[in-house]
Design a protein around this ligand. Structure first.
Ligand SMILES: O=C(O)CCC(=O)C(=O)O
Ligand SMILES: [Fe+2]
Length: 225
């Protein structure tokens, strides 16, 4: 018989996610799991010397040792994270991607305003990202920023390709499509996480601080059952 798990999110949190397109839940990874994730990140970065660490798609990195990739992607199989992703998707969540966004101190790249749905061809267009803070992520070191409610129309707006190399992703949303003054900073302590919908407009400033800013983005879609 299938075991029924306790819920990780409150009803209010699930409602907030659907209404606003993003969520910073009260849930926080326990110390041992965030310590394991941090050590996996260090091994992963150590196995890719000389590569800018801003946006690794874990399955597609040259010179990667399997061990380091597996250890990093392990967080995508965390029971609590799978459970909370399932709660917002309304169905059993299936991991479809894992990316490391590590912004070194001083010159960590900007993340242009974008919608994740621009990058994915998966159907149905229902996917949720769980962004896990490996270290504190705040206004000072370039935390994630979201435009609340920007997912509601379920529309992908025009994005322009940029040739600049100092960006984590290359497509920038045309500024006429949204109001940047509505942006919220998603500040997280290490071990906390945030969720955003694939239509939610989000980005991040460059990291000019003396502190690294690292997050692991886990992409979930709804499976059957
Ligand atoms: O961490 C960042 O700066 C960008 C993350 C992002 O765009 C995402 O998780 O979808
Ligand atoms: Fe994104």
């Amino acid at each position: 018989m299938q075991q029924v798990r306790d819920r990780v999110l409150t009803r209010h949190e699930v409602h907030h996610y659907h209404a606003e397109g993003w969520l910073r839940p009260a849930f926080r990874l326990p110390h041992d799991r965030i310590a394991a994730l941090r050590s996996a990140v260090e091994r992963f970065l150590g196995s890719n010397p000389g590569v800018r660490p801003e946006s690794f798609a874990v399955a597609h990195v040259e010179g990667l040792t399997d061990d380091a990739a597996v250890a990093l992607a392990d967080i995508g199989h965390d029971d609590d994270i799978l459970q909370l992703a399932s709660e917002v998707l309304g169905q059993h969540a299936v991991l479809h991607g894992c990316q490391l966004f590590c912004k070194p101190p001083g010159d960590g790249y900007e993340t242009p305003w974008h919608q994740d749905g621009q990058y994915w061809s998966s159907r149905p267009r229902a996917s949720c990202t769980v962004w896990v803070a490996v270290e504190d992520s705040d206004r000072g070191n370039g935390c994630l920023r979201v435009i609340p409610g920007s997912h509601r129309a379920k529309r992908l707006y025009e994005h322009l390709h940029e040739e600049r190399s100092d960006l984590t992703v290359r497509r920038r949303l045309a500024s006429s499509s949204f109001d940047e003054s509505a942006a919220l900073d998603v500040e997280l302590f290490a071990g906390e996480l945030s969720l955003h919908d694939m239509f939610t407009i989000h980005g991040a400033r460059p990291n000019r601080s003396g502190r690294r800013r690292t997050g692991v983005a886990l992409r979930f879609m709804a499976g059957l059952g």
